[in-house]
Design a protein around this ligand. Sequence first.
Ligand code: SAM
Length: 275
Amino acid sequence: MTASEPGTNTVSSLYDRLTDALTAAFGDNIHFGYWDDDRDRRSIEQATDRLTDLVAERLAPGVGGRLLDVGCGSGRPAVRIAREHEVHVTGISISKHQIQLAGARPEVGESAGQVAFRAADATRLPFPEASFDGAYAIESLVHMADKAAALGHVGRVLRPGARFVVADFFLDGPQTPGEGAEVIAATCELLRFAPLATLEAYRGLLDQAGMKLVEVTDIRANIRRSYTVTSAAFHRALRALLGELGPEHAAAARLFEQFGALPQVGYGLFTAVRL
Ligand SMILES: C[S@@+](CC[C@H](N)C(=O)[O-])C[C@H]1O[C@@H](n2cnc3c(N)ncnc32)[C@H](O)[C@@H]1O
């Protein structure tokens, strides 16, 4: 079964079921927050918007540009970037529920016409060549087993010179067998992550897709608080779905915190340029 086919174990069904719990936990976004340091008192909503802003800064889009949001979640990042940078953003997601939520936002269909959402699979983007001036993917590539296909499509739909910015997990160093490897495998299984890619793997895949990786910022220290927020959100979501929770559910909810504490789990902001 691929990620795009219907079923109970797919990425799409995960997000159809968990989006409401996740947006409640993350202040309407479905991604991690960014804090400067331990003294930074930003709320989770402010911190997740901050991560969106860091992605947009790296895109540095010109007014009126056309951007693609690969795996757009609830649509909040697209609306924020469209408003702050006066650009047009098209968001795609494999979750139909997310596309309904995003499509119901008041900003959709306004005369400004700044955001649009449609259900689509990133590994088969339904857009013509060179039709976007920039693209970004916030925590969506991590779910895609066929990253070569997704990046190939992103490269195809970007015009030469356009930027592609990614915020995502990466595997930092070789994955040796042991407890860490087990935690990573269990987390990937639980959250429908594909095997984590190293920075070198990303560099090679971007190369193949006609893009050059020009900058990487490791922000794992800045996003770390998000793991605790996520674990609490999973706990609440599991309670809502299942009622009383057994110890195995509590362990599943804690798993992500263990994952985030591993030295081989990195989180970065990557900027690539379409050649
Ligand atoms: C962690 S959420 C991030 C959502 C959004 N980028 C944000 O920052 O709020 C992951 C997103 O990736 C999307 N996704 C995962 N695999 C996908 C695929 N093959 N094609 C399109 N979207 C995909 C999910 O539907 C979801 O919207």
